[in-house]
Design a protein around this ligand. Structure first.
Ligand code: HEC
Length: 174
């Protein structure tokens, strides 16, 4: 090996060693900054704490006779009605009821429902007499074509309004 090669090799080793030393220094510095911060966060952040508590919580709870089981009580909050469960408005008359409730099926003749305005389909039904139609609309009816749900699914509507709606449906389909 020539003297020049020696010199190059020494310089190369020194530079390499320096770079490694710097890299280790940066790593130690980053750890010294980051680790206490992370530990601190894990101990003080309430969200982290809540998540840990959630993961550690038992899957189920057992009510033991004679012990205080009040923590297992279903809260009244969850039973409170929400806006989505609030009562639907009651339509003003037969026509409005038809549009709001019955047209879902009778409008286009869905699921076997006789279509509003279809004279042939309604003629056979009207022939049964109004009282039968009222009864089938009020109490529900399983026919050959399909299922007519009780009051069209709105059991909260008054009988008189359903009869008025049947009248409207019949009048428009005669
Ligand atoms: C979920 C769909 C659906 C809704 C909503 C619905 N109907 Fe019906 N209705 C039917 C079906 C299906 C039939 C036919 C049943 C059969 O004859 O097999 C029917 C039949 C009828 C009949 C004829 C019964 C008979 O004896 O031939 C009347 C009257 C009637 N519906 C009134 C109403 C009124 C009034 C409403 C709204 C308050 C309403 N329906 C809402 C599906 C529906």
């Amino acid at each position: 090996m020539s003297k020049n090669d020696d010199h190059f090799f020494n310089m190369f080793s020194i530079v390499l060693g320096l770079l490694i030393a710097i890299a280790i220094g940066i790593f130690i510095f980053a750890r010294s900054v980051g680790v206490p911060f992370e530990n601190n966060r894990a101990q003080t952040d309430s969200m982290v704490e809540a998540h840990v508590a959630e993961r550690l919580a038992p899957v189920g709870q057992v009510a033991v006779a004679g012990k205080d089981n009040s923590a297992l009580a279903v809260s009244a909050k969850s039973a409170e009605p929400t806006a989505a469960m609030a009562a639907l408005p009651i339509p003003a008359n037969g026509e409005a009821t038809y549009k709001a409730v019955c047209s879902a099926c009778h409008g286009a003749g869905i699921a076997g429902a006789p279509k509003m305005g279809d004279h042939a389909a309604w003629a056979v039904r009207i022939a049964q007499g109004k009282n039968t139609l009222y009864e089938h609309a009020l109490k529900g009816f399983q026919g050959k074509a399909g299922v007519m749900p009780m009051k069209g699914g709105r059991s909260d509507l008054p009988d008189a309004l359903i009869k008025e709606t049947v009248d409207y449906l019949v009048k428009s389909s005669q």
